[in-house]
Design a protein around this ligand. Sequence first.
Ligand code: HEC
Length: 103
Amino acid sequence: MKRFILVSMLLGAMAPAMADAGLDLAKAKGCTACHAVATKVVGPAYKDVAAKYAGQKDAEGKLVQKVLKGSSGVWGAIPMPANTQVSDGDAHTLVKWILSQKK
Ligand code: HEC
């Protein structure tokens, strides 16, 4: 029982910290200029992206390429330019975080 409480406390403390790390990276890489988690800005809300690709196994790899090279024609008339300031590793971290945003 003690152990259960300890684990719950640890998880409780970690979850928000992890969410913030993703958001911090998105801010640092300029994604939040066009994206927000819950609302459409220039680009789609990250929650909408997560919902669209939920359950698709190849979504992460596909979206990493979109983040690195840009995207057009999926969400509307406005394209996303290539994000050349983002490394491959950061793109994976960002896409994992985006896909974990649930409604
Ligand atoms: C200049 C504005 C802009 C910036 C900066 C931007 N995006 Fe986007 N993003 C868009 C637009 C517009 C779309 C929709 C493109 C489309 O319809 O294909 C989009 C789409 C996406 C998608 C969904 C692609 C798909 O195929 O469904 C992801 C994931 C994404 N952006 C992640 C990011 C990440 C991560 C960053 C930061 C490294 C970022 N974006 C920076 C405008 C932007």
